[in-house]
Structures are given as structure tokens and as C-alpha cells.
Design a binder for this molecule. Structure first.
Ligand code: F6R
Length: 585
């Protein structure tokens, strides 16, 4: 989950380069940060709990350095446990993303004589390298040998300040190398988003290969030490997500970007959508898998494929899917949905699916991500980088992709396109309405909120509840309207807010009946529909655009989450305890 960054190259204000990169990686973890840079022959390590404040940049000039932004796994949040970590001498400095599953074993087997200062798993890496170097002075060999001892999914950057060398190696966790046109500056990062604008060529590291670089050169070696060719690819950065512009938060910005992104998506992705539809058509069983918000998109997809294309597609939670793979055959199609393309539960699920020889069709937002590279086929969401921890624009784009695919399977791509574009027009109106803010103010004063939906609106009820929970910490629960009498009703008291998703589809009457039932128990009913009803205490008017209404509803849920966070004084971009890219189990 953490973000790691490295720089080597022409002399510059190296601390600023690293801190600017880390700031863009902060979405991966933000409980503490640290940098190590060499400037005028002196190595400085600066680390601190809390978020990165660029005003604290020590402005050190130099040619090499590394940095880390942390999401704590082993060891509490404090300065000592913040990365970078060093060996006993301080000459080997390490930043790490992942979990070293056998770090205790390694410490007691090989490192009894070393003194540890932190409670992290990471520190063993620096000491293991130190131990290897006591046998042979070959630093490349020492890093490789050390990495081969680590169990788990890890990415590390090792900095030898005396020689100004950097080494990078990974297993599953992402790590990308970038360089400028003239190959004078070399960067390493957990995500391409953190590369500065001069980066024009990139290379996604493969597992277990070692990238070494110093001031003027770089090289790549296999796990056995054999020299490998490093094939750089062109990189043009989509900077849409990098600057906040006139918005107050990334979440706000990303919600507002949706009309443009969705319009571009329908205009440019027809070929990929047709290809996906064709693969589903030919498959012997298709599975949609995702985690959190992405799973709710999968669930919505299963309804859309059923109602629109009369197809059964199995939705599964990413972390559960490895227990369902016994059904897979080589003719099966697994469709993982993942904004980051790095979510560990998705990556390990597709590993199981591939062992069964099933085909993988990835829907991801990140070009070159692990999922993107491991899939047989890809549909890039092209929503631009999501910087807020909570997912918004990737979710609506996933819904649009699934809706279009379902219509394509029915032979009606154009109908799907028209509906998505109609919802885009509705979203533009929703974005200018002041009503969500007013309702959010009321929700922010409540301890519990319930969100009710039936059929295709059920996943959107779940997603709306998740947006409220993670952005504002108000407890919210989404449920299927039919489940009301099976338990949830016990929680309804006078004044309990219940959001009712009430589109004019086959669920309309039944959902309305549920609204009556909660109202009779004193609920404060907020109806989201195209049709007002006297039962609603508040009415959010959202035009019906058939199945694409889901997308408009999702945007209402996002805005309610955002404004409730603001009303509670919470930063919606950085919810406590969460990180955007969940790369540890
Ligand atoms: C919620 C949220 C998470 C992610 C989930 C999967 O707002 O962002 O629930 O959707 O962690 O992430 P990806 O899509 O990157 O696999």
C-alpha cells in the first residue's frame, strides 16, 4: 500500500524531486513519510509521522535519493517506524512496499548480532544486505540474495549513499522506472502518476529482476545475475488527476470530471466493448470480480447483463474468488474490475484463474498496472488518475462499460451509448444542484443512515452507503428493499434517515412500498427518483434514463458522501486507516 520513490541523475534539488513524487503517491498511504538524500557528500535522512508538507522540504542539492510514504502494517505510526530504514552502519538505506512475511524468522536465523531500532518488517532488508556484504563486497549480488530470502509480495529500493547507487527489485508489488528524453535523470516509483513531466520513457519492472542505477547508467539483471535488455516504452502522462485546480478536494474534482470522461468513453471505446461482448458470448461461464466499490460495479453488471442481455454472469468479491475457482475451465472468462490494477485480492485471484487456464479480460484504469500486464485482454477505463482515496469516476466508467457491453451483446451498442449520454446530461444538472449539500448537512448530524434499492439499484445502494461511510465516517448501510422485513427494519426509529433509490423500472412499486413501511416506523425518507411522492420528506429529482439511471444515482451518492464529509469537517480525500491501492492481504 505504501508509495516508494527514487531518483538518480543530473544534479538537482533532489529533496524537492523526491518530495514532489511522494506527494503524488500519498494516496497509497499517508500516516508518515521519509526521505534519504545525499548532498555534498553528506547523507540526510528526514522522516516524520503525518502527511507530507512540502514547506518542510530541506531543499538539498544532490544527484541521488529515495523516499517513502507509509501505510503502517508492522509497527505503530511514529518517526522510528517511518521509512527509510538502515543497517547497523547507516550505509545501506531501504524503502519498501509490501509485507515481508518471514521477517521474524529471517531476523532470528541470520541477524542475531544486528541491532534493530524499529518494529517494522522492512528493517531486516537493510541488515540482510549488510550481512551479505560481509561475505562479498558485491552490492548487486547482496541485494539479489537478500530479496530471494524474502517471502511475500514486496517492492524495495536500496540506496548505497557512499557509491550513489540505487537498486530496485519487486515481486508483484508495482515498481516502474522512468527517464527523460536525454536519459540524464532516472526515476523509480510505485505509480507512474508520480513521475515528473520530463519523464518520456518508462519500463515496468518484471518480478525478481534487479534494476541497478547510478548517476549516468542503468542495467537490468535476471535473478541469476544474467544481464537483460531493458526495453523502454514511450510514456505520455495524463495529467488530469495531478493538479486540483480550482476544486477544494480531489474527490470533488473527480466527481465533476465524470461527464467529460463518460462522454469520451462512449465515443472512443466501441471497438474494445465489442471485443469484450464477443468474448463473453463465446465463453463458457463469465465471472465479474472486484473489491469494494469495484465489486459493487460487478454486482450492478450482473443485473445489467441479466436485464439487458439475458445473460447470467457471476459476480464475486475479489478476496472470495480464489474459493470459487473450482468451477473454472479453460473456456471460462474472468473479468476483473480494478481501478488501480494492483489490488492484491484481484491479482491473486487471477493467478488462480490462470492456473485453471481461464482467460482474463481486465477492466482497469491504470495502463501498465500488474492486472493490465497479466490479463489476456484489456479494456482501459481511461478515467484519468484517481487521486482521492475513495473511488468515484472509475466506478461510473465501469458502470458505463458494463452497460454498453450488455447492450452490445443484444446487438444494440448505439442504444447503450445513447442512454449513457442521456445520463451524462443529467449528471451535469446534478452537479450544479445545491440540494445534495443541504441534505448532507442533515445526514452529518446522524449516527446511522440506511440506503434502500432493489434490482440494479441495490448495488448502487451499497455503493452510496460505502461513499458515506468512508468519506464521512457516518455509519451507513445499503440493503435490498426486499430484505427490510428480514431484519433491518428493527433499526428504524423516529428520524432515521433512509435514502430510497426509486427508478421508474420494474422495481418502482415494490420500492415505494418499502418506503411506506419505513415511513410508518418514523423514518426520514429521502427519495431519489424521477417521480415525487408524498411519502418523501426530501425529494432528489433524477431523470430516468433507463438502465443508465444507475450512473446518475451513483453520482448523487458520491456527492452526499463528499458533502457529508465536509459538514463533519473530515478530509474526504484521505479517510483514516485507508489507502487507495490495497496491495497487501
Ligand atoms: C471505495 C474504494 C475501494 C476500492 C477497492 C478496489 O471508494 O475506493 O473500495 O474500490 O479497494 O480498488 P481497485 O478498484 O483499485 O481494485
Amino acid at each position: 500500500m505504501c508509495g516508494i520513490f527514487g531518483y538518480s541523475g543530473k544534479e538537482t534539488i533532489v529533496s524537492s524531486v523526491i518530495l514532489s513524487g511522494l506527494k503524488l503517491l500519498e494516496y497509497r498511504g499517508y500516516d508518515s513519510w521519509g526521505i534519504a538524500v545525499t548532498s555534498k557528500g553528506k547523507t540526510t535522512i528526514k522522516k516524520k509521522p503525518g502527511k507530507i508538507n512540502l514547506a518542510e522540504d530541506p531543499k538539498l542539492t544532490g544527484s541521488t535519493g529515495i523516499g517513502h510514504t507509509r501505510w503502517a502494517t508492522h509497527g505503530g505510526v511514529n518517526k522510528i517506524n517511518a521509512h527509510p530504514h538502515t543497517d547497523c552502519s547507516g550505509d545501506i538505506i531501504v524503502v519498501h512496499n509490501g509485507i515481508i512475511e518471514n521477517y521474524r524468522e529471517l531476523a532470528s536465523k541470520f541477524l542475531r548480532k544486528h541491532s534493530f531500532v524499529s518494529k517494522t518488517d522492512t528493517e531486516v532488508v537493510a541488515h540482510l544486505i549488510e550481512q551479505e556484504l560481509s561475505k562479498s563486497k558485491d552490492s548487486k549480488r547482496a541485494v539479489l540474495k537478500t530479496f530471494q530470502k524474502l517471502k511475500g509480495l514486496n517492492a524495495i529500493i536500496v540506496f548505497f549513499p557512499k557509491s550513489n547507487e540505487l537498486y530496485a527489485i519487486k515481486n508483484s508489488s508495482p515498481l516502474i522506472f522512468g527517464t527523460d528524453k536525454k536519459k540524464k535523470s532516472f526515476y523509480l516509483s510505485s505509480d507512474v502518476i508520480a513521475f515528473p513531466k520530463d519523464v518520456e520513457k518508462i519500463y515496468f519492472l518484471d518480478d525478481e529482476t534487479l534494476l541497478s542505477f547510478g548517476k549516468n547508467s542503468y542495467s537490468l539483471n535476471s535473478s541469476s545475475g544474467k544481464e537483460l535488455k531493458l526495453a523502454l516504452t514511450a510514456f505520455s502522462q495524463d495529467v488530469r488527476g495531478r493538479e486540483m485546480g480550482a476544486y477544494s478536494h480531489y474527490m470533488e474534482k473527480e466527481i465533476h470530471e465524470q461527464p467529460k470522461i463518460l462522454s469520451e468513453f462512449v465515443a472512443t471505446k466501441e471497438k474494445e466493448i465489442r471485443n469484450l461482448a464477443q468474448k463473453i458470448d463465446k465463453a463458457f461461464g463469465s465471472y465479474l470480480i472486484g473489491c469494494g466499490t469495484a465489486f459493487y460495479a460487478c454486482l450492478a453488471g450482473s443485473y445489467l447483463f441479466s436485464t439487458i442481455a439475458k445473460r447470467h454472469i457471476n459476480p464475486a468479491i475479489g478476496s472470495e474468488f480464489s474459493y470459487l475457482v473450482d468451477f473454472l475451465k479453460k473456456e471460462s472468462l474472468v473479468i476483473p474490475l480494478s481501478q488501480s490494477g494492483e489490488t492484491i485480492d484481484i491479482i491473486s485471484s487471477i493467478k488462480h484463474a490462470k492456473e485453471k487456464k481461464a482467460k482474463i479480460y481486465a477492466l482497469t484504469n491504470v495502463y501498465g498496472s500488474t492486472l493490465y500486464r497479466q490479463a489476456d485482454y484489456q479494456l482501459l477505463l481511461s478515467a484519468g488518475p484517481e487521486q482521492a482515496v475513495v473511488s468515484t469516476k472509475a466506478f461510473s466508467t465501469k458502470l458505463a462499460a458494463l452497460l454498453l457491453t450488455a447492450y452490445t451483446l443484444r446487438g444494440e451498442f448505439e442504444t447503450g451509448k445513447k442512454l449513457v449520454l442521456e445520463s451524462v446530461e443529467e449528471i451535469k444538472k446534478i452537479l450544479t444542484s445545491k440540494q445534495n449539500k443541504q441534505i448532507a448537512k442533515k445526514l452529518s448530524k446522524k449516527s446511522h443512515v440506511y440506503v434502500l434499492g432493489r434490482g440494479p439499484s441495490y448495488p448502487i445502494a451499497l455503493e452510496t452507503a460505502l461513499k458515506l461511510k468512508e468519506s464521512s465516517y457516518v455509519h451507513a448501510e445499503g440493503f435490498a428493499g426486499g430484505e427490510l422485513k428480514h431484519g433491518v427494519m428493527a433499526l428504524i426509529e423516529t428520524g432515521t434517515p433512509v435514502l430510497v433509490l426509486n427508478p421508474e423500472d420494474e422495481t418502482y412499486q415494490d420500492t415505494l412500498s418499502s418506503a411506506y413501511e419505513v415511513k410508518a416506523r418514523g423514518a426520514y425518507v429521502i427519495g431519489i427518483s424521477s417521480k415525487n411522492n408524498s411519502i418523501f420528506d426530501e425529494f432528489i429529482n433524477v431523470k430516468d434514463t433507463k438502465e443508465a439511471t444507475l450512473i446518475s444515482y451513483a453520482v448523487v451518492g458520491q456527492l452526499l458522501g463528499y458533502f457529508t464529509a465536509l459538514a463533519k469537517g473530515v478530509n474526504p480525500d484521505r479517510p483514516r486507516n485507508l489507502a487507495k491501492s490495497v496491495t497487501v492481504k
